[in-house]
Design a protein around this ligand. Sequence first.
Ligand SMILES: Cc1ncc(COP(=O)(O)O)c(C=O)c1O
Length: 375
Amino acid sequence: MADPIRRRVPYVNLQAQVEEERDELFPLIQETLLRGDHVGGELIGRLEAELAAWMGVRHAVLVNSGTDALMFGLLAAGVGRGDDVITVPNSFIASTAAIVHVGASPVFVDVGPDQNIDIGKIAAAITPKTRAIMPVHLTGRVSEMAAILDIAKAHNLVVIEDAAQSIGSTYQNRLSGTFGDIGCFSLHPLKNLNAVGDGGILVTNRSDVAERVSRLRNHGMADRNTVIEFGFVSRLDTLQAAIVRFRLGRLGSVVERRIRNAALYRERLDRTFVFFPEPRGDAVDTYHTFVIQTDRRNELRAWLEACGVGTAIHYPIPIHLQPAAAKLGYRLGDFPEAERQAGRILTLPINQFLNPEDVAFVCDRVNGFFAGEAR
Ligand SMILES: Cc1ncc(COP(=O)(O)O)c(C=O)c1O
C-alpha cells in the first residue's frame, strides 16, 4: 500500500456537538435536574405537543427507544400472532425485531438501487395473512410512499413507517413518518435529532393508538392506581426530553449542514467508480448517512482508514441471513439486491462538523483510490 496522505475526518463527533451546545446545554441540564421531576415530568407533554405541531399530526408519544416505538406501534395497531408484516431485509435489526416481538412474522421484500423497498415487488408478497407494511426510510431518504399507500389501501393494510433515520425528511411536501397510520423515530445519539442516550418518538393521527402507546410505555396504567393491561417500562426521561427539546430548535441547522456536505459529495465524487442514488425533485433527504456503492468496498474502506477517514457499513449482513433469523426460513439468494448491496455499501462521514475541506479530502481520496493512489 502506498503512503497515505492523512487528515483526521471522524465518522461521528458527538463531543463536537456538546462543545457547540455547552453554553446553553449545561445550564439547561442543571436547571432540569433541579426540577426534581426526573421521570414523567411536565417537559414530556410539552415536547410531545411541540413535536406533534411541527409534524402536523395529532399525537406524538415519547418512549425509550425507536425500537419500542415500532413495537408499541405494532401492538397498538392490533398486529400480532398469525399476522405477516412486510418489511425490508437491509434495515437495522430493530425493524424486524419489533415485528418478531409482537408475535408476528416478518415477510421481506427486496430493495431497489436506493436501498429502500422496491415498490414493484410488494404486491407479490401480499397474502391473506398480511396485516401491515413497514417501509424503512434508510439513510434518511423517504420510501416511495405514494405507491406504498395505494397498495396498503387496496389491501386494507396498516402502514407503520420506520422513520428512525429520517426525521425532517420530506417527500411530496410531507414529513417522513406522517404518511402512514404510525411513524416511528429514534433519538439514539447517532441520529440527526438525538438524545444523550436512548429515546424514541411515535407519531400518529389515531387517538386510539396514541392512548394505547402512552399506557404501554408506563406499565399499562391509565392512572397511578389503575392498570388496564400488563405493559412495559419505556418512558423517555425528563432530562432527555429537555435535551431533545433544546436540540429540536437546532435540527434545521444540523440538517442544513448535512445537506451541504451531501451536495459537496455529489459534486466531487467521480460517478464512474461509485454509485449513489440521486436526489428526487419532490423530496428532501436529511442524510442521516451518505452511502456509496462499489465492488471494491473493503479495499476502499481500508484505504480511507489509512488516510484518517472514518467510515461505517449499514449493514454488512442482511437481516434474513443473521443467525437470529434462521427460523424464518430464508436463504442466501432470496433478496439479490439487498445481498449485493451488503457487499458493496460504504457509509462516508457526513456529520455536521465536517467542513468543506474535510468532504473534499474524502472525495479526493475516494477518487484517488480508483485512480490508483493506494498502489
Ligand atoms: C432503521 C432503524 N430502525 C430502528 C432503529 C431503532 O432505534 P433505536 O436504536 O432508538 O431503538 C434504528 C436505530 O438505531 C434504525 O436505524
